[in-house]
Design a protein around this ligand. Sequence first.
Ligand code: HEM
Length: 394
Amino acid sequence: MSARPPVNDWGTDFDHLDPRWVNDPYPIWEELRDKCPVAHTDRYMGVYFPTRYDDVRAVAYDTEHFSSRRIVVREQPPPRIPAPPITSDPPGHRADKHLLLPAFTPDQIKLHEPRARKICGKLIDRFAGKDGCDAAVDYAQELPVRMIAHMMGLPEEEGELFRKWIYEILVAGITQPALMMRAIEESSAYFNAEIEKRKAAPGDDIISYLVGARIDGQPIEPERLLGTLRLILVAGIDTTWSAIGSCFWHLAQHPEDRRRLVAEPELIPTAVEEFLRAYAPVTMAREVVKATTIGGCPFKEKQMVLLSFPAANRDPAVFPDADRVVIDRTENRHVAFGLGIHRCIGSNLARMEITVALQEWLKRIPEFSLAPGAQVTWSEGTVRGPRKLPVKFG
Ligand code: HEM
């Protein structure tokens, strides 16, 4: 990785990969929101960073000036590799998205809940009798990969491989394009083999469904199909893993909240929404395709925008006491799942997984805290969540 000069001014020279931002971005965003609500940097070939809810919303809804054809801020723009619908713009986006919706309806997701509970139970069996575990490595990272693998008809045991691709595409690939390309090639070869298997013998899974799907009477073109499969695999894993990890990070340090959720488990779904608000994991990007002005700030063509749903969720103009986690917050229209046409299709699945992960753990391990001297580490880039989270039980 190339060494980056340190940041002296977050308003005019921010770097979202700076360790201070990676470890604790909230004080930086709060200061920016007051002093320079749309920050800018010349790094990464030019990026804007709106911190106010209204400005994030305005960008997300404005598909005329802001395109999704690039959704990750990288040092060099990579070759365009479509991952529909997340990289699609209108008018094509609609058909790309509608294709996927049937697999993610609330009724479909309900069918997968017993399996999620079983997976959590088995994971907890592995460490419940010990003094502690790594809540990110041993628990949070496992459920999402196993669930989506099952839904796609892929072996659950390949989680390690899928997580490697995600890391290479979304994290290491930001500064090392060759790694990203390798992951794209490897995953394409993997999915091509799976597509051939489904053509010969379709099953009851998302890959079979997409192989059989038709748009205007035509099968999905091979490159689009690969992009969509890669997106489904990538979009649901480190996002949900990060969200689950952040819940445990919070509860390990706030015994009063943890004990309340143990005593009042019916509050867990409300608390999940608050954790999603306060620790929203996903920051997408847009490319400015036509100059415009947002929040009084001119946005120049060809520059990127970091579309921080996490920063919007901490805007005190919309969320009173925004930096405080209030697990019974009733009015909570957070935007962790995005806004506008690209709003997440996996939100029902993610909510179910986070809720089940908390319920099953709290039933078995009601008392836990950060392990003494724990070195918690956070992921950098598009998705934020704890990657090492040692906790002790009791
Ligand atoms: C806590 C977990 C999750 C969070 C916070 C999250 C967040 C988001 C956000 C913010 C977007 C909007 C992207 C944009 O505006 O460019 C999005 C889109 C998307 N998400 Fe999620 N997501 C999560 C879980 C999932 C899961 C489990 C899936 C299942 C496969 C999924 C699939 C997708 C897809 C396919 C899109 C693209 C939708 C479109 O472009 O129309 N996500 N997600």
